[in-house]
Design a protein around this ligand. Structure first.
Ligand SMILES: Nc1ncnc2c1ncn2[C@@H]1O[C@H](COP(=O)(O)OP(=O)(O)OP(=O)(O)O)[C@@H](O)[C@H]1O
Ligand SMILES: [Mg+2]
Length: 501
């Protein structure tokens, strides 16, 4: 299906999220939509999906103007969308999620689960989207959840599929699977709009690329005409240096010492087992591994968010095993969590308060029982400027910020009190290239100020850019410790796949 947006404008209080945007994608084509955090990509797609009514402009499907008062209307017209943050019901099964809202009924008025199941099975075979119809969504990997979202859209007969940052949380093989699915979709004449911050990926999958900057279209190009550096410059409006300068580490005393750590998952399975390592002051140690090899639980245990089943954790020589997050914070530990929606921000609170979420009881934000509003406001203004957090004001609710800007709020807050140890889990997930460059710089600065840094990342580029030493985890064990000088992409890749050193 050919989709055209003409002159779309969408305003929110204090922001013009989309200003007179033109965009088009033909049937059989993949259009990539690029832009910095807060450039207006999700908003534009939410307009096309009928979630927001535009303040101006029009939408044309196969040449005919349409108006969508709701997502139900856009779905009926053949638009499907997989959102940046999934919208599945975790306690429902795959089949129930797919049927939700479009239940077919039997002659007697009951739910026709048999017919629905047959169609689901047929669709998953046709598009090679493997899922178990009876599995509960909460038990699925993110890759599988995404397949469910895509199936849900196909079940509703989407002719144009919008994928908002579908690859941010996928492993490399899952990305390959997704790209195969996208190709199958376009071969059947569907159009796909693909949003991503990963420029290599965009060049691999897109037929055309449209770039937004601060709500406006600044250019449309093709992978053949534009290198990654060209795309980055177009997005940001200046040259972006894609590597960080950093001097060799000068490690001091050990700050974090982990010995024989064992951590269990919800089902009682040891997902971290017998893990021992150290991180010294002035050193960045990266934990590399494919998503799902125990990193999440390791970080949660170190941050006091998950019970330690066996083993010990020492911080500056003191046994801190099992301490509450607040106690760890008092000892100079900061934690950028992997799941920003769940652990990172309180969506209903203003940005200003999110920036002091765990420090508002301390100086300079409080003196005894008195909260110093002014200090909290000044802190917000300073951090919003330093970290380039784009929001209409420090007073708006964090939930109204774009995904990447919510991430910057968490990073800005946590870096502020990472005096001894910074644990950063996927700190640049969902960030644009300019923001990644800035956060990388700040991580190196933290190290050079003498903090110990534990970086957990599934992105090899990030690991190679920042680490002084790399620990590779596989199925809950450390399978290799590699000094930066010996860490090559191939060597780490092999270890991550489970080959022993
Ligand atoms: N519901 C809302 N209420 C108020 N402001 C909003 C709302 N949704 C988005 N905005 C604002 O509109 C602008 C564009 O946000 P949008 O989410 O479209 O950005 P994006 O390009 O998708 O960014 P990211 O790459 O970080 O996901 C931002 O300034 C954001 O704060
Ligand atoms: Mg977005």
């Amino acid at each position: 299906m050919r989709v055209e947006l003409r002159g779309i404008t969408k305003r929110f209080p204090g922001v013009v999220a989309n200003a007179d945007v033109d965009l088009e994608v033909d049937g059989g084509q993949v259009l990539a939509l690029l832009g910095e955090n807060g450039a207006g990509k999700s908003t534009l797609m939410n307009v096309l999906f009928g979630l927001y009514e535009p303040d101006g402009g029009e939408i044309l499907l196969d040449g005919s103007p349409v108006r969508f008062a709701s997502p139900a209307a856009s779905i009926a017209a053949g638009i499907g969308m997989v959102h940046q943050h999934f919208m599945l019901v975790p306690v429902f099964s795959v089949l129930e999620n797919v049927m939700l809202g479009v239940e077919t009924t039997t002659r007697l008025g009951g739910l026709d689960r048999r017919a629905a199941r047959a169609r689901l099975v047929e669709l998953s075979a046709a598009y090679n989207l493997q899922v178990d119809p009876d599995a509960d969504v909460e038990d699925l990997s993110v890759g599988a959840q995404q397949r469910v979202e895509i199936l849900k859209a196909l079940y509703r007969q989407a002719d144009c599929l919008i994928l908002d940052e579908p690859t941010a949380v996928l492993t490399p093989p899952e990305i390959d699977d997704l790209f195969r699915i996208i190709t199958t979709l376009t071969e059947s004449g569907r159009s796909v709009i693909f949003i991503s911050h990963k420029l290599g990926e965009v060049r691999r999958i897109a037929d055309r690329i449209t770039v937004l900057r601060r709500g406006e279209v600044v250019g449309t190009t093709t992978p053949a005409e534009s290198s990654e550096a060209d795309l980055a410059a177009l997005m940001v409006g200046r040259e972006v240096q894609l590597v960080v300068d950093k001097s060799p580490a000068r490690p001091g005393q050990p700050v974090l010492r982990v010995e024989g750590l064992r951590v269990l998952d919800e089902r009682g399975v040891a997902v971290v087992d017998g893990v021992s390592f150290e991180v010294a002051a002035g050193e960045i140690v990266a934990v590399a591994g494919v998503q799902g090899n125990g990193q999440t639980e390791l970080v949660e245990a170190l941050a006091g968010l998950r019970a330690v089943d066996a083993g010990t954790v020492h911080l500056d020589g003191e046994d801190v095993t099992g301490l509450q997050p607040r106690r760890l914070l008092e000892r100079g530990m900061a934690h950028v969590p992997e799941d920003r929606q769940r652990d990172g921000v309180v969506g209903a609170f203003p940005v200003r308060d999110n920036l002091v979420l765990n420090t508002f009881r301390r100086r300079p934000f409080a003196r005894g029982l008195r909260i110093d509003r002014r200090a909290i406001r000044d802190n917000a203004s300073r951090l919003m400027a330093d970290f380039d957090i784009r929001a209409a004001s420090p007073e708006v609710a964090a939930a109204t910020l774009s995904g990447g800007n919510q991430q910057k709020v968490i990073v800005a807050r946590e870096f502020g009190h990472a005096d001894r140890l910074l644990i950063a889990a996927q700190p640049t997930r969902g960030l644009d290239v300019g923001s990644i460059q800035y956060i990388h710089r700040r991580i190196v600065d933290k190290r050079d100020e003498g903090a110990a840094v534990l970086l957990v990342s599934t992105e090899l580029d990030e690991v190679l850019a920042l680490a002084d030493r790399v620990i590779v985890v596989f199925r809950g064990h450390i399978v290799g410790t590699v000094p930066r000088a010996d860490a090559t992409r191939d060597h780490l890749g092999l270890l991550m796949a489970g080959a022993t050193a």
